[in-house]
Design a protein around this ligand. Structure first.
Ligand SMILES: [Zn+2]
Length: 502
């Protein structure tokens, strides 16, 4: 604590001596050191410590003259409850745009100010997570206020509460905006979460640029004159991480999750203010201010219409994927007293799925399959060896019923299939009697080109892009035209892994 104080004082003195741009850096340091101080006990959502953090932010915002978002509000408070429990509070402000039309549209920029509190006697100060983002948003607001006359769209500035315990603060604001028909006017939402480790992270990552039109030009730092390396990730698709963008993204709003990554001691008591790269945070703030201004002034549409698959609040109408798997091709002889053996083959192709709703879909595949079977394992009887090799294109079409959530689901499907034999060779290899050494004669038999039958499958979908399934196909029309061959029916058993591109 004492050491922290000395470092703070030294840094404040240093930055004061560094001229104009150091002023912002000095303020960023002050915000981070204040919010991540041991005395705030890790700013646990709903605690008096979080309220003190909110009071500090309020003081900063009020001093710079930021306007409360809610009319008739003397402060920025947007209190909310989680279940029956109160004591949670977002802070929301607005910087109004000047364009007569565009001023009715919003760019939302926010960062959560809560963290984990005290656990097992350790204070989780959360300097990077997310004193850094709160400090950044505050200084972005200051820069935008100074350039308010240039601003076309209005900018909503937020400090979210209760992110760490389930994105409650941002959800509350998104719900409020939906209820009051404001959500459609939000053209971009940004969550600034963990931006204090630029040097170590190597770049500032913008996750979700795919939700924006012309995102390459829009997010180009060079053309904004900010010397910062930007990494674009088209979509936030990890099922293990989420930030305050989620409730907005699920309402169809384009979103960017802004972060320098998780190089910091993520969710550890060591996430302290003295580890923050303030030079980097200063640069991130300059970029975010310039980018927000550009987005607020960008004419026309901002939305690309594309969303991360994890942010879709309902099933997309169509999925397309790539499949690969193993199969075994068994042969049945309904009129004979013997059965075929199976051998492993493989298949690959594309999967398509039309989704009627969250549980019912029509699933089709186009699979190239290479299967092989030893025809009945009876050569011990007749001294004959028979072998079937089939290369075919198989198209199963099934009605699929799924149960589960967006991130994992079980499914069961029933339907039929059509299969075209591209190249099927059936070898009848007869052992010719010989004394020392067996000799063979081989005669190929034609298979039917067109085959069809019934099928079913079951499996599960994992994450947003993968599914694995076991499928069973039963041929209904006989394999051979040749009347001299026993009636033969294929049964395919397959194991398939599919990756969905969309
Ligand atoms: Zn966070």
């Amino acid at each position: 604590m004492k050491r922290t104080l000395i470092i703070t004082t030294a840094l404040l003195l240093m930055s004061t001596a560094m001229g104009q741009n150091s002023t912002q850096r000095q303020r960023l340091e002050q915000h981070v050191y204040t919010l991540a101080a041991d005395s705030l006990n890790g700013r646990r959502a709903g605690s008096p410590d979080a309220q003190r953090a909110a009071a500090y932010i309020t003081r900063q915002w009020r001093e710079m003259g930021l306007k409360p978002f809610f009319d008739n509000n003397k402060d920025y408070n947007m209190p909310f409850t989680i279940g029956r429990e109160g004591g949670y509070c977002n802070l929301v402000a607005i910087i109004e745009g000047n364009d007569p039309v565009l001023k009715n549209e919003f760019i939302v920029i926010g960062g959560h100010y809560d963290h984990l509190g005290v656990r097992n006697g350790n204070i989780y100060n959360g300097a990077d997570d997310n004193a850094s983002g709160t400090a950044c948003v505050t200084e972005v607001a200051r820069q935008l206020l100074a350039r308010q006359s240039e601003l076309k769209r209005s900018v909503i500035v937020c400090a979210f509460d209760a992110e760490e315990i389930g994105l409650y603060g941002s959800s509350h604001l998104a719900e409020y905006m939906e209820k009051h028909n404001l959500i459609g006017r939000v053209k971009l939402m940004m969550s600034v979460d963990m931006v204090g480790w630029l040097k170590q992270g190597g770049s500032l990552t913008l996750e979700g640029t795919g939700t924006l039109l012309n995102s390459n030009q829009l997010t180009n730092a060079e053309s904004l004159g900010i010397p910062i390396k930007i990494t674009s990730k088209r979509f936030e698709n990890s099922i293990f991480t989420a930030t305050d963008t989620e409730p907005f993204a699920k309402q169809g709003v384009p979103t960017l999750a802004v972060t320098t990554g998780i190089k910091s001691p993520y969710h550890k008591p060591e996430d302290d203010a003295n580890l923050i790269d303030y030079e980097g945070l200063d640069l991130v703030t300059d970029f975010m201010a310039a980018f927000t201004l550009r987005a607020a002034n960008q004419p026309g549409q901002l939305a690309s219409g594309k969303v991360a698959s994890k942010h879709r609040n309902k099933a997309v109408p169509f999925n397309l994927g790539l499949s690969l798997g193993y199969n075994s091709n068994g042969l049945n002889f309904p009129e004979a007293a013997f059965n075929g053996k199976t051998l492993l083959g493989w298949h690959a192709g594309i999967a398509m799925q039309c989704n009627f709703n969250n549980s019912l879909s029509l699933h089709a595949d186009v699979l190239y399959s290479n299967t092989r079977s030893p025809y009945p394992d009876i050569h011990f009887l007749y001294n004959d060896i028979l072998r079937l090799r089939q290369q075919s294109v198989t198209v199963p079409l099934m009605l699929r019923y799924s149960i589960g959530g967006r991130s994992a689901a079980l499914f069961l499907s029933f339907g039929g299939y059509y299969s075209y034999n591209i190249n099927s060779q059936f070898y009848f290899t007869k052992e010719v009697a010989a004394i020392d050494k067996p000799a063979f004669t081989t005669s190929p038999q034609p298979c039917r080109a067109h085959q069809w039958g019934l099928g079913w499958d079951f499996g599960f979908r994992l994450g947003y892009n993968w599914d694995v399934r076991c499928a069973f196909l039963y041929q209904l029309n006989p394999l051979f035209n040749n009347a001299s061959m026993p009636r033969t029916l294929n049964t395919f058993t397959s194991f398939t892994l599919t990756y969905y591109l969309m």
